[in-house]
Every structure is written in C-alpha cells, then in structure tokens.
Design a binder for this molecule. Structure first.
Ligand SMILES: [Mg+2]
Length: 230
C-alpha cells in the first residue's frame, strides 16, 4: 500500500537528543528560581505556585518555591506544576530568541519534498504539543510548522503502547499500512508495527543509536524510502 502519512518522533529522530538534555533542561534550570520570584504575581504562575504549596502541604514563599523547583529538576521529578513552569520558561525563551529548536539539516528538505508529493506529515512525541510547536516554530531553518498537518503527544497514548498507534491511524483517517512511523527507539517501532504501521528506524550517528534487529533503517531523512504506488 502506498504511504500517505508520515509520523515522526522528535528526540533522536528529527532532533539531537543532546538538545533536550543539554540545552532545554539546563535553560529552565538556570532560570526557574528567578522566574517564579519575578512573576509571582502573574496569575498563571501564581496558580502553579499554589499547586506546589498544596503538594508540599505548606504555604511556600516564591523563594522557597524556586529552591524546591531547582531541587526537583535535579532529581528529575515529573510533578505537574514543575512541568508547566518549565514549559512557560521555554515559551518565553523561544519568543525572546534565546532558544532555537534544533533539527538535523536533512529534516526540512525531506519534509518539504514529502509534502510536495502529497504526503501528510505528523509529529508524535512525549513532549507536549505546545513544546513540539515551539520547537518546530523556531528553528535555524525557519518556522517548520507549515510542514506538519498535526501533532500528537501522550494524550493519545504512551509511545510504547500499540493502542496509541491505532488511535493515530484512526485520527489521520488512513489505514495503518499507509502510515510510515519514524523513530530511533526499538520499543516504539515494535508497538507501531504491531498496530500495522510501516516503520523505519533512524540511526543518528550523533545520538549513537543502536540498530534494532528486524527493522528497516536510515541514517538521515534523505535515506528514508517511502512506499509509493508502484
Ligand atoms: Mg526518540
């Protein structure tokens, strides 16, 4: 069946894993304490500080909250107020031009070529849809949001669960066999294949991806073979 839809992962696929670990997270870590003190009266931020106080069962000053959030980042805690505040800091960083969403240079031309052939392209990442749009909206290659027809995050399901890929196929309105899923991670490829999707593993040298047995692979987006009508 010819491919009609391409669904791509971000980390290790369109984007170096180091961008998230060595740019995004340290950026939020450096700013979060000052951010909550400076914006403590902003209702959006106040709401998260209140949520934080409830989690801790005590009224935190904004300074105490800042110190706690720094500790939680160091401990890799996934608390919702922390994740929301990090998202706000990244949004501000992108809008101020201090953060740029990194993508591998082979990604924009491949996306444009696929779309020129009439394929639809989607993102599926464990980062929130807003974070995905900020990343692709502010790259060194310009605003790549025009290359995508839609975005999925874990609200559609976890990336290692087959059900998520069934739902993505239903949402995109084509048979699973007409979808090509791109990822660096074997468990995600396995789950997608179990739902009937075609898959391709990206082996990015910079990310040191280990080839998974039994999957087609490509070293960059130019090397991905997309099934056509003949
Ligand atoms: Mg990945």
């Amino acid at each position: 069946m010819p491919t009609q839809v391409i669904v791509t992962d971000i980390e290790g696929t369109t984007t170096p894993i180091a961008f998230v670990k060595q740019a995004l997270f340290p950026y939020a870590r450096r700013r979060i304490a000052a951010f909550v003190v400076e914006h403590a009266e902003d209702p959006e931020i106040r709401a998260q500080l209140d949520a934080l106080s409830r989690l801790e069962n005590r009224a935190l000053t904004s300074r105490q909250a800042g110190a706690l959030l720094e500790r939680w980042i160091d401990q890799d805690r996934k608390a919702t107020p922390l994740k929301i505040l990090e998202g706000m800091i990244w949004r501000q960083g992108y809008l101020d031009g201090e953060l740029q969403g990194q993508v591998y240079p082979d990604v924009p031309p491949a996306l444009r070529a696929w779309r020129a052939k009439g394929l639809r392209c989607y993102v599926y990442s464990s980062g929130s849809i807003e974070a995905q749009q900020l990343l692709f909206g502010h790259t060194p290659y310009g605003d790549l949001r025009e290359c995508f027809d839609g975005y999925f995050d874990t609200r559609i399901g976890a990336k290692r669960e087959t059900q998520a890929y069934r739902r993505i196929a239903e949402t995109s309105g084509v048979p699973p066999q007409a979808i090509l899923f791109l990822s660096d991670t074997a468990d995600e490829l396995t789950a997608a294949r179990a739902a009937g999707l075609e898959v391709c593993q990206l082996l990015r040298a910079e990310d040191g991806t280990v080839p998974a047995a039994g999957f087609p692979h490509a070293r960059d987006f130019a090397g991905i073979s997309v099934g056509s009508a003949n």
